[in-house]
Design a protein around this ligand. Structure first.
Ligand code: PHE
Length: 339
């Protein structure tokens, strides 16, 4: 009987190897392992065997049954398409899309603005965030002890070197640049500035300005206003703008541009301090004293300058109600600004 079982196993494997499709495997399974299959038929004869021949037959038969069953399952697998059960992962499960970073809304705004000014022929000038008091104030016509310094309260570095501070505006880049350039110049200078402020929805201690400086023959206030109007149209499309006279020691005359608050539609909200208007930038014709400090002859050249509040414009552009969100690093906020 043992020999017959071994023989059955050999033949079964040969037949299984030759099977061409899964229905052949099914038929073979019934023929070999079915209730009236070859194995059962063989085993049905056990009671007829002499007692001494019976031992070990049961164990051998069940190990052969197991081997055949495994071989049948494997063979069937060759014919069937992979299914979720035969793979250890589910190929229909949606994948994890990699999260792709994007520009911070302030950076995106700066890049768009730089493109615009580049189209007018402006180049980009850079300057340090740690400035000398001379560049930040004195050369911009704000002498020590002048009350105008109160407008730009800032952080001084290391009292022993009292001349260094965190720049309060990007205007010192104007004088730095003119130390090594001659008119005509058309530059913009984007960068971070610092002020000692009580923070609120529209003020932070740390923000971004986009400075502009043009020095050429026969530049007038109308050139300044035309440039700014073109910029605001480029950025916002149609907006209501007010030009108000203002005082900055480094320009004469000086103006402020206010835009109607797009956050509340001009009705008044916390961002515009209930006035319906937001101050967006300071500007003016470069003061003759400052031109002289820049080694430029005010009799031959004139110039205009502007300093744009980048966060405020970004807020209006996207309807962001609080400037502090921009530096919060909160991904739930930032992820809304895919461009
Ligand atoms: N530097 C000024 C400020 O920070 C803005 C400004 C720039 C005004 C250039 C006039 C000309 O408030």
């Amino acid at each position: 009987m043992k020999a017959e079982l071994e023989q059955l196993k050999i033949e079964a494997f040969q037949l299984l190897n030759r099977a061409q499709d899964s229905s052949a495997v099914d038929a073979l399974e019934i023929d070999l392992l079915g209730r009236r299959g070859k194995l059962s038929t063989l085993l049905a004869r056990i009671p007829e065997l002499p007692v001494e021949e019976r031992s070990g037959i049961g164990t051998l038969a069940s190990s052969i049954r197991k081997e055949l069953q495994d071989a049948i399952v494997a063979k069937r697998g060759q014919f069937s398409a992979p299914t979720s059960q035969s793979l250890d992962f589910d190929p229909t499960w949606p994948g994890h899309s990699p999260s792709i970073g994007h520009l911070h809304p302030v950076t995106a705004f700066l890049e768009r603005s730089a493109d615009f000014f580049a189209s007018l022929g402006y180049t980009i000038a850079d300057g340090p965030e740690v400035e000398t008091a001379t560049n930040n104030f004195d050369r911009l016509n704000i002498p020590a002890n002048h009350p105008a310094r109160d407008l730009w309260d800032t952080y001084y570095l290391n009292p022993a070197r009292a001349g260094l501070l965190l720049r309060t505006h990007t205007s010192p880049v104007q004088v730095r640049y003119m130390d090594s350039h001659k008119p005509p110049v058309y530059i913009i200078s984007p960068g971070r500035v610092y002020r000692h402020e009580a923070t609120d929805a529209s003020h932070d201690t740390n923000f971004t300005q986009l400075e502009g400086l043009a020095i050429d023959r026969d530049l007038h206030l109308t050139d300044l206003l035309g440039t700014l109007e073109a910029f605001l149209k480029h950025t916002f499309g149609k907006v209501k703008v007010q030009v108000r006279p203002s005082f900055f020691p480094f320009v004469e005359p000086g103006v402020e541009l206010h835009m109607s608050c797009l956050l509340c539609g001009g009705k008044g909200c916390s961002a515009c301090k209930q006035t319906g208007w937001l101050e967006m930038l300071g500007a003016g014709m470069v003061h003759p004293t400052v031109l002289k400090n820049m080694h430029v002859d005010p009799a031959k050249f004139s110039g205009f300058a502007f300093g744009i509040g980048v966060e405020r414009m970004t807020m209006l552009l996207h309807g962001i109600p609080d400037v502090r969100l921009l530096l919060s690093g909160d991904q739930r906020f930032l992820e809304q600004f895919h461009y």
